[in-house]
Design a binder for this molecule. Structure first.
Ligand code: SF4
Length: 444
């Protein structure tokens, strides 16, 4: 259980020496309790407080990795119930279940399609992370063949849903080195056998429950007793309401360290008509692995975008470096456009310029990652700051014309900026990035 500010205070030196940057030990203790400071800032912290804080700050949810190499999946180590309390650290893996009854050609086609869904958004590459092969045929050879086919062309993590431990054993011969996620199906009588295999190959194990919390935690217990160490808990909830309840109860119990059986990331397997409803809910609360059977293709892009939004740190806006970025191959006659360094703003403006067919210089002003209006109202995007930044960027050497286009939302800066930058004409651009193409046609 996390320590309170007062409990931490009792362990600090109480000399109020201010070395940590706070006026009193109590103020520092409060920040430590809120996990907004590091104990290392107090040079006189005793071994006792280091040990107490270290134990209390160890992540309550185990880190579990699936797969190997640069696309391996790391999940767990979450510390909060609500994203705004701190942040969510490891985004959930999104994947698709493919049955081994698909022919080889069909399997290859689907895997290649899933690979083709990779796309870049706000500087981050979004992709499908995992493929789960399910032993629908019930035949061990067919399952192993499907695993072999997919392993050859999919260099990201794989999950295995075997029908029996014999099927698992044969499939592991094809892919054990890839550290696959082994899934012990709901009510599987072979949880212990699967757990022993997971232990033997140091692979993670998803333990699927029976739709109840009690049954699920009993299954986790069984897997632990059989030696599984890296567990993902899937309560196999049958309705949206049960799903949210189970996921929340497990997360809360883990964070409060109420039951060691809950101290693992959770997962979910989604099938059937409710899948498009459950998948976005799963991105928000809380499964670390989301596997879907026959999802609509168009669901992927919205899930990956939602995941990116939920799993960015709310206290650290995504930002790009303050520079002049060439869009296309601009020259000295190309327009010069100014905006802030909020990632989403940068990517929206740059992609709209790009699709307009006009090459341009895009000057990004450092504004603590805020969007234009927020930065302007916070005093981070003023005429003086813009002028100083543009001078540092040596824009006079970059363009022959003397025109700067500012965002329409800060039209009020036009006069001030002209005063700050004598000899330059300040043009007011559109408010919305989507109007940039029309603006170029009409004004530039
Ligand atoms: S540095 Fe340590 S002793 Fe000094 S005020 Fe901060 S917490 Fe107290």
């Amino acid at each position: 259980m996390a320590l309170t500010g007062l409990q931490i205070y009792k362990l600090l030196p109480k000399t109020n020496c201010k070395e940590c940057g706070y006026p009193t030990c109590l103020a520092f203790a409060m920040k430590l309790a809120a996990q907004k400071e590091e104990l290392s800032k107090c040079p006189d912290a005793s071994e006792e407080v280091k040990a107490a804080l270290g134990a209390a700050s160890a992540p309550p949810i185990k880190l579990v990795t699936i797969g190997t190499g640069e696309d391996k999946i790391a999940v767990g180590e979450e510390t909060v119930l609500f994203r705004h309390d701190k942040t969510f650290f490891h985004h959930p893996a999104i994947g698709e279940i493919l049955p081994d009854t698909m022919g080889e050609g069909e399997l290859i086609k689907r895997v290649n399609y899933l690979k083709s869904l990779d796309f870049e958004r706000a500087g981050e590459m979004l992709k499908v992370n995992i493929i789960a092969l399910e032993n629908k045929s019930g035949d061990v050879e067919t399952f192993a063949r499907a695993v072999k086919t997919v392993s050859k062309i999919w260099n990201r993590p794989i999950a295995l849903i075997p029908h029996s431990s014999a099927a698992l054993d044969l499939a592991m011969k094809e892919t054990a080195g890839n550290k696959p996620l082994i899934i012990a199906g709901s009510g599987s009588s072979e949880i212990s056998a699967f757990a022993r295999t997971a232990k033997e190959y140091s692979c993670p194990l998803m333990v699927c429950g029976d739709g109840t919390l009690e049954g699920t935690l009993k299954a986790v217990d069984e897997a632990k007793k059989a030696g599984a160490e890296d567990i993902i808990i899937n309560p196999a909830s049958d309705t949206l309401s049960n799903f949210l309840t189970h996921q929340t109860v497990i997360r809360r119990a883990a964070l409060d360290r109420l039951d060691p059986r809950t101290a693992y990331p959770t997962g979910v397997i989604l099938r059937g008509d409710d899948l498009p409803l459950l998948a976005p809910a799963a991105i928000c609360k809380y499964p670390a692995v989301i596997l879907m059977e026959n999802p609509p293709d168009e669901l992927y892009i919205s899930l990956m975008t939602l995941r990116q939004n939920i799993y960015t740190d709310p206290q650290k806006p995504l930002q790009v470096e303050g520079l002049v970025y060439p869009i296309g191959e601009p020259d000295e006659n190309s327009p010069l456009i100014v905006t802030t360094n909020f990632s989403l703003t940068y990517f929206m403006v740059s992609s709209e310029i790009d699709s307009s067919g006009v090459t341009a210089h895009l000057a990004i002003i450092e504004a603590e990652g805020m969007s234009v209006l927020t930065a302007w109202s916070a005093g981070k995007f003023t005429a003086e700051i813009i002028a100083n930044s543009l001078k540092e960027m040596k824009i006079a050497e970059l363009v022959k014309h003397r025109k700067i286009i500012i965002p329409g939302y800060v039209a009020s800066l036009q006069g001030e900026l002209e005063e700050e930058m004598p000899g330059w004409e300040i043009l007011v651009g559109p408010q919305e990035a989507s109007d940039i193409g029309d603006y170029f046609k009409q004004v530039w």
